[in-house]
Design a protein around this ligand. Structure first.
Ligand code: DX5
Ligand code: ZN
Length: 212
């Protein structure tokens, strides 16, 4: 779908005591998107960022805000994240009673819509929404925490999705220089990377090295 691989650093691995500076730093370092991990302590066993934080960092950056909702009942929070400044809202198919309604709500706010699957979820669960979303996010770790190991088998899902979906394919979790290469070969358009960017001294070099 994309000519070049897009890199979306996950701010989950940023230094939260200076989040504003971190956002500016990845933009200057050549990041394409900022990936924002929203966790509610229910869908995943961790709690992270709410719309207030998105609103606070919005004026500091021109980056596309790629918001990954790892929350139950995501439809309830679409408006708040959209109003806070998210550009794309991605929800989990496993967390959603009515994916169609969730997508409609995202669209009504003029935002891009993404849908995600956890490692244990079959690609076929996406069939009814594939023609309605801009992006599919294939999790390459169990959602909840940064710094986990890449699940290489998930790239089979990427290949399967590519056969029937024309939009962006993103992966998230365990992306580093080596796994990025494998993912790009499998057809991934957008790489989310937390540790592989924010864990490095030189963000620009880290981003460059992931592009392959
Ligand atoms: C995990 C999050 C990821 C995470 C990736 O649930 O969705 O975005 O921050 O972190 P790394 O790149 O360190 O695996
Ligand atoms: Zn994420």
């Amino acid at each position: 779908m994309t000519d070049k691989t897009l890199i979306a650093p996950s701010i989950l691995s940023a230094n939260f005591s200076k989040l504003g500076e971190e956002i500016k730093a990845i933009e200057e370092a050549g990041a394409d998107w900022a990936h924002i991990d929203v966790m509610d302590g229910l869908f995943v066993p961790n709690i992270t960022i709410g719309p207030l934080v998105v609103k606070a960092i919005r004026p500091l950056s021109g980056l596309f805000f790629d918001t990954h909702l790892m929350i139950e009942d995501p439809v309830k929070y679409v408006d708040q994240f959209a109003d806070a400044g998210s550009d794309m809202i991605t929800f989990h198919i496993e967390a959603c009673r009515s994916p169609e309604e969730t997508i409609q709500k995202i669209r009504a706010k003029g935002k891009k819509a993404g849908v995600s699957i956890k490692p244990g979820t079959a690609v076929s669960c996406l069939d009814k929404v594939l023609d309605k979303v801009d992006m599919v996010l294939v999790m390459t770790v169990e959602p909840g925490f940064g710094g986990q190991s890449f699940m290489g088998g998930m790239l089979e899902k990427v290949k399967e999705i590519k056969k029937k979906f024309n939009g962006y394919i993103q992966i998230d979790g365990g992306v580093d220089k080596k796994t990025a290469k494998e993912a790009i070969t499998a057809g991934v358009d957008i790489l989310v990377a937390g540790t592989a960017v924010f864990g490095q001294e030189d963000y620009a070099e880290a981003i460059r090295s992931l592009r392959g």
